[in-house]
Ligand binder design. Structure first.
Ligand code: C5P
Length: 255
């Protein structure tokens, strides 16, 4: 199959094949990742109870990890939920490698590392044949072209996103974090071989809050996003379960 005719080394082919097969059987419900951006772990547990069976996938970020979030991640995994542990790791390869080995033991589905080649490679090798999937953070969304110029990077943010997405693909990474606005450009460069995980989602007419470039679930799925990360539109809704159900319905209709 052409998908596997890329120059990626044989040792990684089975990992990529697993990714390809997984992506083909994604259910709409499993494409919504609810960010548990609430003040305490008790609040997070209460939100998980409120959302019940409607939501199958949760994101736990640094804020929660430093306040008991790893125990919560473990409990969610034990309940059969999927967990995206958003750690955005960046360190020397040996340290990244040891961190990823420990994250893999938690049984979570996704974790993030910054998309520098040595970090990506260390992460992919360290997760080995575990079920942990590695997502690359291409360019933080708070950085624009002038920030990158000031940092001495001779590329626009758009160019850097695509360069790092290509690197991620060649190193056997599973996916990248990208806005829905970047999704089609990424697909045009790497095909459908990288999962695209997209924050900045708002239901039509919803308040964008601090997100600058938002998209509806429907448009994001049509633009090529595989997973949508949504926090406030669900967790601050009057009826979070209904808000999540509406998003899942939009995903199903757009897929
Ligand atoms: O509340 P809202 O839906 O805007 O939250 C989006 C979630 O995705 C938050 O947890 C935020 O930290 C995360 N995120 C983001 N932009 C990125 C990466 C992660 O909004 N580039």
């Amino acid at each position: 199959m052409t998908v596997w005719a890329s120059p990626i080394k044989t040792g990684r082919t089975s990992i990529l094949r697993k990714h390809f097969m997984t992506s083909k059987i994604l259910q709409p419900r499993d494409r919504l990742i609810v960010g548990l951006d609430v003040p305490t772990i008790d609040d997070a547990r209460a939100m998980v109870n409120t959302l019940g069976d409607t939501v199958s996938f949760y994101k736990i970020g640094m804020q929660q990890v430093f306040a008991g979030g790893l125990d919560l991640a473990q409990d969610l995994v034990d309940q059969g939920k999927q967990v995206f542990l958003d750690m955005k790791l960046l360190d020397i390869p040996n340290t990244v490698s040891k961190a990823i080995e420990n994250i893999a033991k938690l049984g979570v589905t996704f974790t993030t590392v910054h998309a520098y080649d040595h970090v990506l490679l260390a992460a992919v090798e360290a997760r080995g044949s575990s079920n942990l999937q590695i997502l690359g953070v291409t360019v933080l969304t708070n950085l624009d072209d002038s920030d990158l110029e000031r940092m001495g990077i001779g590329m626009t943010a758009g160019e850097l996103v695509l360069t790092r997405a290509k690197t991620a693909l060649n190193l056997g990474v599973d996916g990248v974090i990208a806005s829905a606005h970047e999704a089609s450009a990424i697909h045009s460069v790497v095909g459908d071989k990288l999962k695209i995980v997209t924050p900045g989602i708002r239901l039509a007419g919803g308040d964008a809050q601090d997100q600058k470039r938002v998209m509806t679930p429907s448009l994001a799925i049509k633009a090529g996003s595989d997973y949508l990360v949504v926090a406030r539109p669900v967790i601050q809704a009057q009826d979070p379960q209904r808000a999540a159900a509406l998003i899942i319905e939009e995903i199903a209709n757009a897929a």
